[in-house]
Design a binder for this molecule. Structure first.
Ligand SMILES: [Fe+2]
Ligand SMILES: [Fe+2]
Length: 132
């Protein structure tokens, strides 16, 4: 488990919350597959994560644009960096490199802790301030 409390990552936007939940589910499945040595599932899960996150980043970027979020550019750069790193790890895994622990660390630290819990919550904070 990644120990993410949904209350800590609520965006108040249904579609974004559902996408975050989906992304976290896939990540949990990935972590469980690695822990249980079910490596045959890893490639499929990495592909699912890629598809779901592409849709999520697109929707999140459109949402941030719609609320006039001032840190949109920086946020978009973070999304591209996450995509690039995920792509590299996926390719390395397919090429037979021993990257499973790097994948788990990347999901836990870079993606969930640094991006979802911190960067995503910044646009939520901005939106809430403006709504007051
Ligand atoms: Fe997000
Ligand atoms: Fe984001």
């Amino acid at each position: 488990m990644f120990h993410i409390d949904v209350k800590d990552i609520s965006t108040d936007i249904l579609v974004l919350d559902e996408q975050h939940a989906k992304i976290i589910n896939i990540m949990e499945d990935l972590k469980a597959s690695v822990s249980n040595y079910h490596y045959e599932n890893v490639e499929t899960l990495l592909n699912s994560l890629h598809e779901v996150s592409q849709a999520h980043f697109k929707d999140e970027e459109a949402y941030m644009l719609s609320i006039g979020y001032p840190e949109l550019e920086e946020h978009i750069i973070e999304h591209r960096k996450l995509e690039e790193k995920a792509k590299k790890l996926r390719e390395d895994f397919k090429a037979g490199q021993p990257v499973l622990m790097s994948i788990i660390a990347f999901l836990s630290r870079d993606w969930l802790r640094q991006h979802v819990k911190e960067s995503d919550m910044k646009y939520v904070g901005f939106q809430k301030q403006g709504a007051k």
